[in-house]
Each structure stands twice: as C-alpha cells, then as structure tokens.
Ligand binder design. Structure first.
Ligand code: 6PG
Length: 250
C-alpha cells in the first residue's frame, strides 16, 4: 500500500538540501547504533548525493558512529571498481576514504565477476548473511531519482520491478552504462529510513507523478518507495518541486 501523504522536506537549493539530509541521516545512524548496536547505511550513485556524502565525511564525521556502521549500495554500474562511473568509487573518494569505518564493513557490489547475474547472486548472499545476524532490515537507505522517475537502477517498465523474492538482480537499463546490478523493491521498502533526494528542474515533471495520487509504479518506479512500512522522507529542492501542487507540499 502506498502512503497517501508523503513526508516532504523542501530546501532552497541542493546545498541546503544536503545539509538537511546530513542532519537527519546522522540522527538516524546514531539512533540505530544506540538501539541496535550497529547501523547499516545503503548508498546510491549519481550527482545529487555528492554534497551529502562530502558533509558526512567532514563536518558531520565526528558525530557519526562509523566504527559500528556497515556500508552497502543500492545499485552499481557494472564497470571496474576503478572506473569513474563506479558508484562505490565515487562514495569512497567523497566519503568513505575520509571516515574511520573499518574496511571489512564496507560491502561494495562486486563488478569483477563474469556477469551482472553472478554479481547480483553474490551480493544477495552478502546481504542475507548480514541481515540474518541482527536487525532484519536496513537502517538508512539513501536514494535518488532520475528524470523519468527511476530509482536505484529500477527503470520504467523494467521486469525487475515485478520481482517479489530476489533482493538483488542484474539489469540492462536505458542509460549509460547499460549493465547494472540493483537492489529490488522488496528489500528497499523494508528499510527503517529511506531518504530520497531530488534536485533540479529536470526532475520536476516526473516528481508530480511520483508524489501524485495513485501513481503508476511501473512508469514511475520511485513511487514504489512510498510504502507505509518504515519511514520514507523526500528531500526536494525548489527547482524540483516547481510543479508540485500545494496540497502535496502541505
Ligand atoms: C545511479 C543511481 C541512480 C541515481 C539517479 C539520479 O547509479 O545512477 O543510483 O538511481 O540516483 O539516476 O542521479 P542524479 O543524482 O545524478 O540525478
């Protein structure tokens, strides 16, 4: 069931948005460690979260319990770990290389296996092992949204959107690079806190569908994040919110 009233945080621009999410993510991570003894943090790629990651790795670094944090990814482009398009590489450069998170607690999606399916199966084993040894869902998941409404690497009309059992799948997407590995909705929507970051005028049109009444989740996959399980908050800057009706914002 989709939550009828999305929780929206409106920010003036990407900088203000990054600061607001950094505060909220820090609080959620601290709370997870206080109540459960560890925190799982799931990262995404793209440009939008860079400012957030930079803050988590600098001004917020000493407020975050990195020693008890386990890092995962919502999706990965199937390119070498050293490739500029690799999501884990970006997160390492901007965030993880700057914080005291133990290396064995950083779980990148493997891209050196023979296929995206093999990588997905391997990562699913990693996730099942981790989630069976403590809280059974992720604590904090950071997601973005593409201009046509995709999230993670779940694109419009993808067969992966119909997945009900597998947590990780290989996908061929209409974007570069095409070969990717992505977590699926049955797993993403179990997370205790989902933070969806949306910035820029090019996202405004899709966002009206994603946050509208009865969205078509096959056409606008990010709308599927609006389940009533766990907390999902939408962090939107003014340009991305430009076409949202007033009743969605209130
Ligand atoms: C990826 C992402 C993807 C991203 C959106 C938004 O690996 O590309 O995880 O889902 O969040 O495409 O990307 P931007 O933030 O660059 O607009």
């Amino acid at each position: 069931m989709l939550h009828p009233r999305p929780l929206i945080h409106l920010a003036a621009d990407l900088d203000a948005l990054s600061l607001g999410v950094a505060e909220a993510v820090t609080a959620a991570m601290t709370d997870a460690v206080r109540t459960r003894g560890r925190c799982s943090l799931v990262l995404s790629g793209g440009n939008t979260p860079r400012g957030l990651y930079a803050r988590l790795g600098s001004t917020f670094r000493d407020r975050i319990p990195w020693a008890e944090t386990h890092v995962f990814w919502a999706d990965e482009r199937f390119v070498a770990a050293t490739h500029p398009d690799n999501n884990a590489r970006m997160a390492r450069e901007v965030l993880l290389d700057h914080v005291p998170c133990p290396a064995h607690q950083i779980h990148a999606i493997p891209t050196s296996l023979e296929s995206t399916d093999a990588a997905a199966a391997d990562y699913e084993r990693t996730l099942r092992q981790f989630l069976s040894s403590g809280s059974s869902a992720f604590d904090v998941v950071i997601l973005g949204m593409g201009e046509e409404g995709h999230t993670a690497s779940l694109f419009p009309q993808s067969p992966a959107l119909a997945e009900t059992t597998r947590w990780v799948v290989g996908v061929d997407v209409p974007a570069s690079p095409r070969q990717r590995v992505t977590l699926t909705m049955p797993l993403l929507t179990q997370a205790a806190h989902r933070f969806v970051l949306v910035s820029g005028a090019t996202k405004a049109e899709a966002l009206t569908h994603v946050l509208g009444e009865s969205p078509d989740v096959m056409q606008y996959p990010a709308a599927a994040l609006r389940t009533s399980r766990g907390a999902v908050s939408w962090w939107i800057d003014r340009n991305a919110a430009a076409h949202l009706p007033a009743d969605v914002m209130s």
